[in-house]
Design a protein around this ligand. Structure first.
Ligand code: HEC
Length: 125
């Protein structure tokens, strides 16, 4: 079989185009396409001092029950500073504290906690 010159030229061109590229050339070609991005920001440590909030829910069985059930995660002032909630809304909040956030609230204490919240917090009734 005779090799036609134009086929030989085509073959050589393809070989040159697809053959191994030297490492250095390859590296610079990749860097040209994907330059290393500059960092968006610099991260530094900082410290803040939070205000003290030692408010409790007050004396008596209601206060003690709420202290035991709620103070592990947030202050009494935060709980009592809510907009006036009615009984149904407090019940939903107490359920959320237990189910979503894992508050250590015994199911048998739920009603007493809701009543204690109604007595201590501004209520919508
Ligand atoms: C295990 C931790 C934990 C305990 C215990 C806990 N809470 Fe919360 N509470 C949270 C978290 C977390 C949030 C959400 C805070 C936020 O969104 O910034 C929250 C938010 C709230 C809010 C704001 C309104 C809302 O629905 O998010 C109220 C009111 C509240 N808790 C009441 C209570 C009461 C009342 C108790 C006790 C019966 C209680 N919490 C016990 C973790 C807890």
């Amino acid at each position: 079989m005779r090799i036609r010159p134009y086929l030989a030229a085509l073959g050589l061109t393809l070989l040159a185009a697809c053959g191994p590229v030297p490492d250095k050339a390859m590296k610079s070609a990749v860097e040209d396409i994907r330059p290393v991005p500059a960092p968006l920001t610099t991260i530094r440590s900082a410290s803040i001092t939070l205000p003290e909030d030692n408010q409790t829910f007050g004396d008596g069985p209601d206060g003690e029950l709420l202290d035991r059930s709620c103070l592990a995660c947030h202050s009494a002032s935060m709980v009592l500073y809510q907009p006036p909630l009615n009984k149904k809304q407090w019940a939903a909040t107490v359920d959320k504290m237990r189910e979503a956030y894992g508050a250590p609230i015994e199911p048998k204490d739920t009603d007493a906690i809701i009543n204690a919240l109604m007595a201590k917090a501004p209520a919508r009734r």
